[in-house]
Write a protein that binds this ligand. Structure first.
Ligand SMILES: [Zn+2]
Length: 101
């Protein structure tokens, strides 16, 4: 039927969109996200790094000009140095219910 069915394939716009999902250095999944929050320090912002797979959680203050990728780079450095204390927060409490002893 319809001839007017022009296939509008999803055009991949090459917008300079910096991906906000990175590979987690802890578990290796590509589920690491970096979000920014207001920092109480002037000229800084707070980067909140979380992994949806292993629950890794870390926050740090970074200069406001930094993008997520920059923060990621910094984070990886710190991670590899082992100079940061990581927290692990389960994004969802899935542990409930599965009591395998
Ligand atoms: Zn992870």
């Amino acid at each position: 039927m319809g001839r007017r069915r022009k296939k509008y394939k999803k055009v991949v716009k090459r917008v300079r969109r910096i991906p906000k999902i990175f590979q987690c250095p802890n578990c290796g999944s590509r589920t690491l996200t970096i979000r920014f929050r207001k920092s109480e320090v002037e000229g800084m912002k707070k980067a909140v790094i979380t992994c949806g797979a292993c629950g890794l959680y870390y926050e740090m203050n970074v200069p406001e000009i930094l993008e997520a990728v920059d923060v990621y780079g910094k984070f990886i450095d710190l991670f590899e140095e082992g100079s940061i204390e990581l927290e692990f927060r389960k994004p969802e409490e899935e542990e409930i219910g599965s009591e395998s002893a």
